[in-house]
Design a protein around this ligand. Structure first.
Ligand code: NDP
Length: 326
């Protein structure tokens, strides 16, 4: 593939915590729509389009699919077919922490699981190394030092360049960060769920990340698609909510729909879509290094990436949004 030489010109990359890495304001996640059960050419087109538009950061995990593992396989195929010459221009992240294979060593946070899982991810993606290896969720049964030791080991082996944490609460994040720092492999990034509809991260996590110099990659930044205009008049047949998976229809309460309608009106009055407003709102905070989004079509991806054409939120707009979010 001949990549557009101007692809980096209009993207305002953001520093990831206190590290040397800069990330695009919007990154592409491959949780859904990139698996073996999806259409390969659509997945390929979205990855290529993202790269063409300066998206350098791609977020995966061992279990993304379905079937689990297949998003990494698809991504590896696209890399080989189209982007092999650009590997050094990309930040490729994967994770382990959720159920991946049967038995006691295919889940959570043991050194055994994390180490074997990363090897499997590298094989599926046909890579020598990933840029970021995350522990996907805390493991109450495994000593934190063991899980962090496994991340540090992966970095020392050269199988990952940086360590990351996801879904860790503030105190545990501080503890994990201290261990990783002591091991000489500081935590680069944390991945929390954060959007206009889920502001848990504002309850101490963002503060912890700033104190520790850790970057923040928000996930489900569009609340799995709720923060788009598609649910304003019901549930479209092709939408995630109609598929009976990770976004149950019970999430679309009257109160939520009412908020979405008000936010949509604010967005339209500013010449933006609701999805764009949701991302501009997240990126108003410099502690957010990048907002990871998902997409099902190239058109969706383009619409979302257009948010970066006008970043920045006036105090009046922020106040108007705040009055809706409460
Ligand atoms: P989003 O909140 O961005 O939701 C993506 C969905 O929203 C799309 O699949 C599509 O759904 C809809 N959508 C996106 N753009 C538009 C648009 N412009 N117009 C209309 N609809 C749109 O993200 P995800 O929940 O998919 O999560 C993003 C990424 O975050 C994941 O891929 C993964 O990398 C990461 N993640 C990490 C987790 C963790 O534990 N660390 C957990 C979950 C996600 P539809 O099919 O309805 O059209």
């Amino acid at each position: 593939m001949t990549a557009n030489p101007a692809r980096y010109d209009s993207v305002a990359y953001r520093r990831c915590g206190q590290s040397g890495i800069r990330l695009p304001p919007i990154s592409l996640g491959l949780w859904q729509n990139f698996g073996g059960n999806d259409v390969y050419e659509t997945a390929r087109a979205m990855i290529r389009r993202a790269f063409e538009r300066g998206v350098t950061h791609f977020d995966l995990a061992n279990n993304y699919g379905p079937p689990p593992g297949s998003a990494e396989t698809v991504f590896g195929q696209v890399l080989e077919a189209d982007l092999a010459a650009h590997r050094d221009e990309m930040i490729i992240a994967t994770k382990a922490g959720y159920t991946m294979w049967p038995g006691p060593y295919g889940d959570y946070g043991s050194r055994k699981y994390l180490t074997a899982s990363l090897d499997q991810s590298l094989r599926r993606m046909r890579l020598d190394y990933v840029d970021i290896f995350y522990h996907h969720r805390p493991d109450p049964q495994t000593p934190l030092a063991e899980s962090m030791g496994a991340l540090a080991h992966a970095v020392r082996q050269g199988k990952a360049l940086y360590a990351g944490l996801s879904n860790y609460p503030p105190d545990l994040t501080r503890e994990a960060a201290a261990i990783l720092r002591d091991l000489g492999t500081p935590c680069l990034i944390h991945q929390p769920r954060y959007s206009m509809l889920d502001r848990t991260a504002e309850g101490g996590l963002l503060e912890a990340l700033e104190d520790e110099g850790i970057g923040c990659a928000t996930f489900s930044s569009l609340a799995q698609g709720l923060l788009t205009d598609k649910y304003l008049d019901g549930i479209p047949a092709d939408a995630r909510m109609a598929k009976g998976g990770s976004l149950p229809a019970s999430r679309l309460t009257d109160a939520v729909r009412d908020k979405l309608l008000q936010l949509d009106a604010i967005a339209r009055a500013r010449g933006r879509t609701l999805a764009q407003l949701a991302l501009v709102w997240l990126l108003r905070d410099p502690r957010v290094s990048t907002a990871i989004i998902g997409a099902r079509t190239v058109a969706q991806l383009d619409g979302t990436l257009d948010a970066t054409r006008h970043l920045g939120l006036s105090p009046e707009d922020e106040a108007a949004i705040e009055s809706v979010l409460g």
